[in-house]
Design a protein around this ligand. Structure first.
Ligand SMILES: [Ca+2]
Length: 457
């Protein structure tokens, strides 16, 4: 919906002899915007999303009447640090595949922080530094790093208290959690016993082929082969960190209620990228499996948003135009990202019929509501999965003769779709490497001694 009333009022005031009567109704204040972005949060890791283990009572309550995107994804990454292109895309609404020129993002292009500030908002971003271009973060009125969820909540709460009236608020809490080395206070670590945590259905000791990124930093946070003991211990710390983050989100919610802002606030909750934790033998965000780095949680809640959920495909960076449209700010022209508001508001079932994701020059994927094709150009390997019968991508159908036409169809769709996002990396290379992979036995692949998780009373 476009904000017609303010424009009409301005038009009337511009006419000679017309003035606003003193008792004329003032246009309703724009809703506040609260964007809660976790670091490496998997797509199902909130209680309200149906996760069987992790406890997130504050977010569950906050989002109980929210609208869930079950198929939200990061477009891709040109780096092992998937966070960086993901967060840059959120702030620019542009495909990372078009942002690789020297000099980075052009300063004249619109950005999330500037667009929302220009609409009259007071804004703060509190969260991890160095996870995206500093210039974009500095465009907020305040840009701070609280060090952990407690510090970031303190910063946000302080900002709420100082900005009690007048401008609507844009609060971007970019928490460090649950990224490793996980931080939580002791009580949260005690909530999760590794022995009671199930392994993923598609757990493997290691991935038996070279996906192009087998020994990146995240993969070396545990030794190979992965074991039940070390994967469930990692999951326990991960869940503890999510519950700790949730507790601090609860403090922010309470502060919004105390200040009288809560009822007029739109909340967006998401993760900057997904994360494998034992699925397929992988541990990082450097893969394009459904349990990998690109699949993320995305939930909207607040005034005008009805309870519901969709399997419509969404890109995470579409939060930028979506937030604009939900509060009546015109979406800047020229963005790659499209507003999800028509889906949230039930005016449109979906924005697209397929989802393209990418990782560096070594992995490309395309999926629709049933089929998924993954292409590994550097080892000349293609995988095909039937997600309806095989949601965990355990049975690769690519070698079957009856798969030939589906592979051809999806490969053509992949070629067409990726060009729309500026992707030019080849799907076929001239000297592919051998596909097989087994864990390093020379110690080179063994992890450094993990840093002890920081603890705080
Ligand atoms: Ca991240």
């Amino acid at each position: 919906m476009k904000p017609v009333i303010p424009y009409l009022a301005a038009l009337l005031l511009a006419l000679p002899g017309v003035s606003m009567a003193a008792d004329a109704p003032t246009p309703p204040a724009k809703p506040n915007l609260v964007f809660l972005l976790a670091d490496d949060l998997r797509p199902d890791c909130l209680g309200m999303l149906g996760h069987p283990v992790v406890k997130t009572p504050n977010l569950d309550k906050l989002l109980e009447n929210g609208f869930i995107f079950r198929n939200a994804y990061v477009l891709g990454s040109n780096s092992g640090a998937v966070c960086t292109p993901s967060r840059t895309m959120i702030q620019t609404g542009m495909s990372y595949l078009r942002q690789q020129k020297p000099g980075g993002f052009p300063p004249e292009k619109p950005t999330l922080a500037r667009t929302i500030k220009a609409a009259g908002y007071a804004s703060i971003r509190s969260g991890k530094f160095g996870n995206g271009p500093k210039r974009l973060d500095d465009e907020f009125d305040r840009h701070l790093d609280g060090g952990n969820a407690t510090g970031n909540a303190d910063n946000i709460i302080g900002f709420i208290k100082k900005n009690g009236g007048g401008k609507p608020l844009f609060l971007y809490m970019a928490s460090h959690e649950p990224h490793d080395p996980q931080f939580a206070t002791d009580g949260f670590y005690r909530m999760y016993q590794p022995g009671k945590i199930p392994l993923p259905a598609n757990f493997l000791p290691f991935l038996p082929f070279n996906n192009g990124e087998m020994t990146v930093r995240d993969e070396k946070t545990l030794p190979w082969p992965r074991t039940r003991e070390n994967v469930t211990a990692k999951l326990a710390r991960y869940y503890a960190s999510i519950s700790y983050w949730d507790s601090q989100v609860g403090r922010v919610i309470a502060a919004l209620k105390d200040a009288g802002h809560f009822d007029n606030t739109i909340f967006v909750v998401a993760g900057d990228n997904g994360l494998s934790l034992g699925e397929h033998g992988l541990l990082g965000k450097q893969n394009v499996y459904e349990s990998g780095g690109m699949h993320v949680p995305l939930v909207f809640a607040g005034p005008g948003i009805k309870k519901g959920e969709t399997k419509a495909f969404a890109y995470l960076y579409e939060v930028y135009p979506t937030m604009c449209e939900l509060v009546g700010i015109p979406v800047p022209p020229g963005l790659d990202a499209r507003s999800l508001a028509p889906v949230i508001q039930g005016r449109q079932a979906a924005l697209r019929e397929s989802m393209f994701t990418a990782y560096r020059n070594c992995q490309r994927a395309i999926r629709d509501d049933r089929w998924k094709l993954i292409r590994y150009p550097l080892i000349d390997k293609t995988q095909l999965f039937d997600l309806q019968t095989d949601p965990h991508e355990m049975t690769d159908l690519a070698g079957k003769p009856e798969s030939t036409s589906k592979i051809r169809e999806l490969t053509a769709l992949l070629e067409k779709t990726r060009k729309e996002f500026g992707d030019t990396a080849p799907l076929v290379v001239s000297n592919p490497k051998p596909a097989g992979w087994s864990p390093p036995n020379d110690g080179m692949g063994q992890p450094k001694k993990p840093r002890a998780a920081q603890r705080k009373k």
